[in-house]
Design a protein around this ligand. Structure first.
Ligand SMILES: Nc1ncnc2c1ncn2[C@@H]1O[C@H](COP(=O)(O)OP(=O)(O)OP(=O)(O)O)[C@@H](O)[C@H]1O
Ligand SMILES: [Mg+2]
Length: 240
C-alpha cells in the first residue's frame, strides 16, 4: 500500500502548524482515507485539538519501540499524542531515520507529522519520515526566519543525498489581507522561495473555535473559509 506522509513544520511557535496538521487530517478523514496524526510536540496539542486525551502514550513510545494504541477520533481519523517523554534521553538519542522506520508497519493511508516549535531534533525525525513538507509561516519576521531554517535544513539534506522529504511547499498561515504585513507576506515569501508552491490558510474564527471545542474542522464547520483552504492544501499533499 502506498502511504502519503506529510510533515507540518515551521520552527517558530504559534504559526498554525497544529491547526493545519489536524485540519488536513480532518479533510482526509472526510474523504474516507484512513489517517493518523503523529504529534512530535512535548506540548501534546494535536490530540487535545482533535478531542483525544493528550496524556496518553503516543509518538515517544512508538519511537522507543513500544506499541502505543493510537487514539481513535472517528472512523477514519486517529492520533498519537505528543508529550513530555519526547524530551527524554531515549528520544534525544534517536537517529534521523528512526521515526521513518517506526511508522513503516502502521496501517494508514495518510500519516501527518505535527512538528514542535524550536526543536530541530524532533523536527528532523519528521522531515526524514515524510515525503512532503508544509513549511508554515505567518507574517511575523521571526516566523519567516523560522521557515527559512526549515527550508535550509531540507535543501542541505537534499544536497547531501540524504533520505529526507523530497518535496515541500510554503504555507502562509493566519492571513488577513486587511493587514498590511499579511498583504505583503506573499511577495516576501515568493521572493525568498521562488521555486516553491505557495499555499494559504486565512485567519478564520471557526478554525480557532474548532480547536477550542476539540472538534475536527470538517465536523465543526466544513464550509468555512479555513476548511476550504485546508482542502487545497490536502490536495497538494496527495498529488506529487
Ligand atoms: N487559520 C487560523 N485561523 C484562526 N486561528 C488560528 C488559525 N490557525 C491557528 N489559529 C490559532 O492560533 C493559535 C496557534 O495555533 P497552533 O496551535 O495551530 O500553532 P502552532 O504553530 O502549532 O503552535 P506551537 O508552535 O505552539 O505548536 C491557536 O490558538 C489556534 O487556534
Ligand atoms: Mg503545535
Amino acid at each position: 500500500m502506498s502511504v502519503t506522509r506529510i510533515a507540518v513544520a515551521g520552527r517558530k511557535g504559534g504559526v498554525g502548524k497544529t491547526t493545519i496538521s489536524c485540519g488536513i487530517a480532518s479533510v482526509f478523514a472526510h474523504q474516507k482515507k484512513r489517517v493518523l496524526v503523529l504529534d512530535l510536540d512535548p506540548q501534546s496539542n494535536a490530540a487535545f485539538a482533535l478531542g483525544g486525551d493528550p496524556t496518553q502514550p503516543g509518538t515517544a513510545e512508538l519511537l522507543l519501540g513500544q506499541n502505543p494504541k493510537p487514539l481513535i477520533i472517528n472512523d477514519y481519523l486517529s492520533v498519537l499524542p505528543g508529550g513530555v517523554e519526547l524530551g527524554s534521553q531515549g528520544i534525544q538519542s534517536c537517529y534521523a531515520e528512526d521515526l521513518a522506520d517506526a511508522v513503516s508497519p502502521l496501517p494508514y493511508e495518510i500519516l501527518i507529522f505535527d512538528c514542535p516549535p524550536g526543536n530541530e531534533h524532533l523536527e528532523r525525525l519528521a522531515l526524514f519520515a515524510a515525503q512532503s513538507v508544509l513549511i508554515v509561516a505567518n507574517a511575523h519576521p521571526m516566523a519567516i526566519m523560522g521557515a527559512g531554517r526549515v527550508h535550509g535544513e531540507l535543501t542541505t539534506s537534499q544536497k547531501k543525498g540524504r533520505n529526507s522529504a523530497s518535496r515541500w511547499a510554503i504555507v502562509q498561515s493566519l492571513i488577513d489581507k486587511r493587514r498590511k504585513l499579511d498583504k505583503n507576506l506573499e511577495l516576501v515569501l515568493k521572493d525568498l522561495f521562488p521555486a516553491l508552491e505557495h499555499l494559504i490558510v486565512h485567519q478564520d474564527t471557526e478554525m480557532a473555535n474548532a480547536t477550542a471545542n476539540q472538534i475536527p474542522i470538517m465536523e465543526h464547520a466544513p464550509n468555512c473559509r479555513g476548511a476550504r483552504d485546508l482542502q487545497v492544501i490536502a490536495n497538494w499533499g496527495t498529488h506529487g
